[in-house]
Design a binder for this molecule. Sequence first.
Ligand code: JHZ
Length: 399
Amino acid sequence: MSSSVKKEFLDLGRHPIANAFLKNKSDFDNEFIFDLKVCWDEETKLVSIKNFVEPERIFNEDYPYDTSNSFPMMKHFFDTAEMLNKRFQPKNVLEIGSNSGPFIENFNRLNSICVEPCDNFAKVTGNMGYKTYTDFWTTELSDKIKDENGERDLIYAANCICHIHDLDDTFKAVANLLSDDGVFVFEDPSLHKILERGSYDQIYDEHPYIFSVTALDNLLKRNGLIIFDVDNLSVHGGSNRIYAKKPNTPSNNTISHNVLQNLRKEDDFGINNFETYETFAKRVQFSKEELMRCLSNLRHNGKKIMCIGATAKSTTVFNYCGIGTDLIDVITDTTIDKQNTFAPGSHIPVVSPEDVDMLDYDYAYLGAWNFKDVIMKNQKEFIQNGGKFISHIPKVDTF
Ligand code: JHZ
């Protein structure tokens, strides 16, 4: 990356690895902890965390985030695959960060390749019959894949590119493997939506970068790719799907007006001004004070509080605000690998939803606020019994 000036605007304090759930109480004293500070690059307009955590500490055989645990995300990937097939009719596909395969399973096993550094998930797609490279995405790997399989018509990645430290190498590696008329499609949480909603909890070790279309436009261009379309998605509290290609490709892939529209929208919002980030930092501090006031008052009045969703996001909130078992008794999560563990840093027990009687609780904090509608639909009995929810997005509230 270039040596341009990075201005720090937010200090979220000391944090563990967001998805490093602890199996035993004896692990409490051995957690890896780092300073979570956030910067803005004046030249590229890229937002990044200051201290990167070695990827091997995060993405290994114990990585627990399994997309197949979220029905809305499974549908999202099915619909995405169908749309991409119709729009581009790729002869072959490669997915970077294929997790347990919810996207790639919609493509032919013979022409599709997975790249996944987490051994546990690489085994899953391997067993499904997909050629899977258990490795991190680099130019070296892209060279190897090209030698062994040839170029690719569609390279796809969801919630993965913003995880990779060396973006110049990442985009060069994509351009290297993409056929002349190929498309690179990737989606990640949107900086604009995060700033708009105050969802600072999208910031954690796994997200060294929070992308704006503006910053991606700058970075892709200098690595031989251009953006030709953008979709604004509702998933993960607001994401952008970026469509990129090589410039001067044989087919007439014109640049959609969505690209300019997004760049204008971001500029109008203040993505290009440091003051916007300073204002955001003040809002984050206020959100912390309000959430602590809300939880402490409820506790003081004898209310019982639990949390639904042991998300990476909730790790950020609990560690930034200093929330532990003094305020929240337990977290439920549908992911088997997260159950019967303790949440990173806060050490709040994580259990299966079946192990908790919701009627024992007065309030449920939404750790997975991005699935608010689904969760509320599933909690009819809790609601009928007078149960209420707490969320800090877009502002601290009970409802
Ligand atoms: P969810 C992940 O973050 C991690 P997280 C990752 N780094 C990334 O980039 C992003 O997403 C964008 C559970 N659940 O998707 C399932 C319930 O228990 O918001 C999941 O563990 N009950 C890859 O962790 C978690 O909540 C429910 O009813 O912030 C949701 O995690 C539902 C719907 C979900 O991502």
